[in-house]
Design a protein around this ligand. Structure first.
Ligand code: ADP
Ligand code: MG
Length: 256
């Protein structure tokens, strides 16, 4: 079973939008049973699919206080798509780390194994926070493929080598983790963005997907609606691009 973590240590690059739309496309258009895991205390993926509420989260798994992943799962309004939500409480993990509390960093890896054994889902997608926090490290440890959304500005392109270096370090501990690829997001036609893209494609130490996600006002709009952009505005540029991206991802297996 594939488990994709959506990782970039920067915020605002399109991680959550990518995670939610990938999950929705795989569930609705590929008929896959998808488990979306929100590993970000900001809980944006959770907010984009579930009504406001008090939900339990990964916190309990990482603290070793909840052995059964089933107890954390909420159904989403999208058929075939379930979610392990996140909320503010997840921030406590960072405090745990500072205070030296023992965390079960293999919790998500165990969850993946359990899901696989139960044949409960066909695919896992983990929306990560913008930092190498305990939740993000646990997510990477559980991934068969890391997807790195990148907004094409000079900062992100320069930050690339740092990001891959960090992934290399994690790989030393979790050898079967692979970078599935880099996904340019919020693309639009302009000299600067196109130069950034050329630079990225020429220099990236890892695969850059052929697909790129165009900037589209429908994405911001969709965040208000409780629907992913692929269902809110299926013909918008971003929705079309996310479908092309998922097709590309399904076509080419995860490799180095
Ligand atoms: N393709 C896109 N076109 C326009 N706006 C986008 C697009 N992708 C993301 N956004 C917007 O950019 C902001 C950051 O996206 P988000 O997925 O939350 O980033 P991250 O999870 O990396 O912090 C959000 O307001 C989102 O609506
Ligand atoms: Mg996010």
């Amino acid at each position: 079973m594939n488990a994709y973590s959506i990782v970039n240590f920067k915020g605002g690059v399109g991680k959550t939008v990518t995670a939610v739309n990938m999950a929705a496309i795989l569930a609705t258009e590929y008929g896959k049973r998808v488990l979306l895991i929100d590993a970000d205390a900001q809980g944006n993926a959770t907010q984009s699919l579930l009504p406001p509420g008090e939900y339990r989260s990964l916190l309990w798994l990482l603290r070793g206080e909840e052995p059964f992943y089933e107890n954390l799962i909420e159904p989403s309004p999208i058929r075939g798509l379930d979610i392990v939500p996140a909320g503010d409480a997840l921030r406590e993990l960072d405090v745990d780390l500072i205070q030296g509390r023992q965390l079960h960093m293999g919790a998500l890896r165990d969850l993946r194994d359990a899901v696989e054994e139960d044949e409960a889902y066909d695919c896992m997608i983990i929306d990560c926070p913008p930092a190498l926090s305990p939740a993000c490290a646990a997510a990477i440890a559980a991934s068969t493929g890391v997807i790195i959304p990148i907004k094409l500005d000079a900062y992100s392109v320069r930050g690339m080598s740092e990001l891959t270096a960090q992934i290399e370090r994690l790989r030393a501990v979790y050898p079967d983790v692979r970078v599935a690829g880099v996904l340019p997001t919020m693309w639009y036609r302009s000299d600067i963005v196109e130069q950034g893209e050329t630079l990225l494609r020429a220099n990236s130490p890892v695969r850059v997907f052929d697909s790129r996600i165009r900037r589209s006002p429908k994405v911001d709009e969709s965040t208000w609606t409780g629907e992913p952009v692929v269902s809110w505005s299926p013909r918008s540029a971003a929705a079309q691009d996310y479908r092309a991206f998922v097709a590309e991802l399904m076509e080419v297996p995860v490799n180095e």
